[in-house]
Design a protein around this ligand. Structure first.
Ligand code: HEM
Ligand code: HEM
Ligand SMILES: [Fe+2]
Length: 505
């Protein structure tokens, strides 16, 4: 195209629209996916999956910017500050994972209830509203980076609560969207049939949406503020999200391996009982140093130390089922990611969480890179993995139920994506653990948590080297995601063999 033509395109909206449409059509022809393979609920699910992947990409991009700023503090200073990059990084994470979970549930809903989804129109409308709201919130985060903390900034710009900074108008929108979602789920099960999985799922959705409300009320007392904020953060990730992945895993294991319903359901009940049993009072491990009464030291230490137990049960469940069926399954990449989930959840949440959950240890490690080390391995290991497993289940079906195994064409892509993503996150986790260990030692133990101690720790070579290694492993993770996206778009293309049929036994 000549430069004249391109400037004509830029100034002419209809030409621009035409160009965009041609590009979209070319892309569609390239991926060659047939929407005719999807049921109505699944069509809605894949919309959620697509946005989830875009946000996952944004998460890593902003994470890399924040990691660069650790090493070059002047990089983008006063243009795109660290605080903003960090916020977008972790908000994008929470939101893409929620999109992924909603997608998973819309995907399994019709199969599990044995009927067509109820309220599809509302579901589609809610998807559009939510996506527009997310885009607007992120735009405002980036455009309005600083300002006064008034009521209007709380309502329209930023609520200032880590992970859930979205302004209050968006909070109300999110609750409305969640109500539509809950209606779709309950009404569909009601029209079709209920099951143990359906019951656990419905109760969990009520808890998940209800807890979000606990993070919507601004309080001037910082202790009160933190007290309720943890109701969302801890109780989401250590109770309701864990139960949600229990449900998703139970359903996936039936489909993938042909495990009998009675077995997955029994496991699910045990896991849920253990998770709520330890996770609810385990909340106390965030109440050690925020001004709450001292008894939380004992309660939080004791119950959160029990939290790894259900995670062990989940590993045994997944690996035992796979072993009992001789690893015979219909989708190798999905099974590989489910196994990555079982171990990632156990190590990231269970082992890395346990390391610093006793108050005697947390006194030294609190708020250091130790927490970031755990945060990365836990969120990735427990929640990114299970979503990715589901993306593979979905794409297999979308391609018409084709063969997807280690000997498929271009199988190197899914294997390398699996390897790079897991190695990248593990590498970052170790780098951050070294930094956290050094901070606990120099800043806390040696220098007694003084301001000077903070700077000695930050300037220590082992801290600074660790930040460089975090960036390097972050780039490996990013490369893994690039490959994953390429693979998801192309895997199964041109495959003529049908997937192996797995009979329940
Ligand atoms: C998948 C489940 C989990 C996820 C996603 C997760 C994630 C996180 C994240 C991101 C933080 C940092 C929060 C902040 O910004 O202040 C954190 C803190 C913490 N987590 Fe977890 N966690 C999980 C499970 C667990 C478990 C099972 C335990 C204990 C056995 C645990 C123990 C802790 C402790 C003690 C802290 C406080 C760290 C500090 O004092 O700075 N976590 N978790
Ligand atoms: C390209 C790879 C990544 C890079 C370079 C990166 C970088 C960062 C940086 C610089 C921070 C701020 C840490 C601080 O305040 O000291 C951060 C926080 C965080 N990141 Fe990442 N990240 C990456 C990938 C991920 C992934 C894959 C996940 C999980 C799925 C994740 C979850 C988190 C969480 C939960 C926090 C908050 C931790 C806390 O509050 O302690 N990040 N990340
Ligand atoms: Fe927690």
């Amino acid at each position: 195209m000549s430069s004249n033509e391109s400037s004509a395109v830029l100034t002419n909206p209809s030409a621009l629209w035409h160009k965009a449409c041609t590009a979209v059509n070319r892309f569609k022809a390239w991926v060659a996916l047939d929407g005719g393979n999807l049921s109505p609920g699944q069509t809605l699910a894949v919309k959620y999956f697509c946005v989830a992947v875009v946000l996952f990409f944004a998460q890593l991009l902003f994470g890399l910017l924040a990691a660069l700023q650790f090493i070059f503090p002047g990089f983008l200073y006063e243009f795109l500050d660290f605080s903003v990059n960090r916020m977008v990084h972790i908000n994008a994470m929470v939101v893409w994972m929620l999109y992924g979970f909603i997608g998973c549930i819309y995907w399994l809903l019709e199969d599990e209830s044995g009927t067509e989804i109820v309220g599809l129109k509302w579901g589609n409308l809610a998807f559009l509203i939510l996506t527009a709201a997310v885009a607007l919130v992120v735009l405002v985060y980036i455009l309005v980076q600083i300002g006064s903390g008034t009521d209007s900034s709380l309502w329209f710009i930023n609520e200032g609560r880590e992970y859930i900074e979205a302004p209050r108008w968006a909070d109300i929108g999110i609750v409305a969207v969640m109500l539509v979602f809950a209606y779709n789920v309950v009404a569909t099960f009601n029209k079709g049939k209920w099951s143990g999985i359906a019951g656990v799922l419905t109760l969990d959705l009520v808890a998940l949406a209800g807890l979000y409300v606990a993070g919507m009320f601004y309080m001037t007392n910082i202790t009160h503020e933190q007290y309720w904020w943890w109701w969302v953060i801890h109780l989401w990730v250590e109770a309701t999200w864990e139960v949600l992945v229990g449900v998703i895993m139970a359903w996936s294991l039936m489909k993938l391996l042909g495990v009998r319903r009675k077995i997955v359901q029994t496991w699910l009940y045990i896991e849920v009982a253990l998770m709520f049993g330890s996770g609810i009072l385990g909340l106390g491990h965030h109440y050690f140093w925020i001004g709450t009464p001292e008894y939380w030291l004992t309660i939080g230490g004791f119950f959160s130390a029990l939290e790894p137990i259900p995670l062990v049960a989940m590993v045994v469940h997944a690996v035992y089922d796979a072993g009992a069926h001789a690893f015979k399954n219909s989708n190798h990449p999905a099974l590989a990611w489910i196994i990555a989930h079982a171990f990632g959840n156990f190590f990231g949440a269970g082992v890395w969480g346990f390391m610093h959950t006793l108050p005697q240890i947390n006194l030294y490690t609190h708020g250091t890179q130790w927490s970031a080390s755990h945060g990365h391995l836990a969120f990735f290991g427990a929640y990114a993995t299970i979503n990715i497993a589901f993306f593979y289940l979905a794409i297999q079906h979308w391609r018409g139920g084709v063969w997807m195994a280690g000997d498929s064409q271009n199988a190197w892509r899914w294997k390398w994506a699996l390897g790079l993503l897991n190695a990248g996150v593990l590498g970052m986790t170790i780098a951050l653990l070294i930094a956290g260990y050094e901070q606990s030692f120099i800043e806390r133990a040696v220098e007694g948590s003084t301001w000077g101690g903070y700077f000695s720790a930050q300037n220590h070579p082992s801290f600074q080297n660790a930040m460089v290694w975090r960036l390097i492993w972050g780039l490996v993770t990013f490369a893994g995601l690039g490959l994953l996206i390429w693979d998801l778009l192309t895997i199964g293309k041109g495959e003529t063999r049908k997937a192996q049929v797995i009979e329940p036994h």
